[in-house]
Write a protein that binds this ligand. Structure first.
Ligand SMILES: [Fe+2]
Ligand SMILES: [Fe+2]
Length: 203
């Protein structure tokens, strides 16, 4: 199990209630801010699920688990990736925290026993998106950005939220366009580039 690789990670027996279990593991590992963020993302993803006819519970679980690997130190993420022979792209090598989306998926499988592919794939690309994204992948991507983990309201909030009335694709594109236009991409991930180009061509 992934957490066994890190002696500093504390775990407790699972209760079976995912919200309780996510809260417990984040709090005992000193990540109370992450818990507030993931609870907000779960709520936002649940709202989006109504508009786009997605499964409510899947959207809540994806929201709760998407950043669960935050209890792993970023410097250990790259080490774990190399030791487990994951393909690491240039962006992930330069900014190992980008790996947290892939490691959160592994935590969801190995610790929370999640096997639903729609949930797992959404968690795996929630930071970068990817080419031909599913509705679950786009909804989590957008929920994560609208309920972001920083203070205040995101500067792109109104534009992206308005685009959400048009389509999930329009909302994803709006957010990505904002990031590109404002030079806020440190090093574009391969998946990001492919998703952005495709969404741009679809307009
Ligand atoms: Fe994240
Ligand atoms: Fe997040």
């Amino acid at each position: 199990m992934i957490f066994d690789n890190f002696s500093y990670i504390k775990t407790e027996p699972l209760s079976g209630d995912i919200r309780t279990d996510v809260k417990n593991i984040l709090l005992i590992n000193g990540k109370s801010k992450t818990y507030i963020h993931v609870a907000n993302v779960a709520d936002r993803n649940a709202l989006i699920s109504k508009t786009y006819d997605l499964d409510h519970d899947k959207c809540v679980i994806a929201g709760l688990l998407h950043d669960i690997s935050a209890i792993i130190k970023p410097e250990d993420m790259l080490k774990y990736a190399y030791e487990n022979r994951l393909d690491v792209c240039e962006a992930e090598r330069k900014y190992p925290f980008l790996l947290h989306q892939r490691l959160s998926k592994i935590c969801a499988v190995e610790y929370f026993n999640i096997s639903d592919e729609e949930i797992l794939l959404a968690i795996e690309c929630h930071t970068t998106l990817k080419k031909c994204p599913t509705k679950y992948e786009m909804s989590l991507f957008i929920a994560d950005k609208l309920a972001w983990d920083r203070e205040g309201i995101p500067p792109f909030y109104e534009e992206v939220n308005a685009a959400l009335d048009i389509s999930l694709e329009a909302a994803c594109y709006k957010y990505m366009e904002y990031m590109v236009d404002n030079d806020m991409i440190l090093c574009p991930h391969d998946n990001w580039i492919e998703a952005y180009e495709q969404l741009k061509n679809m307009r």
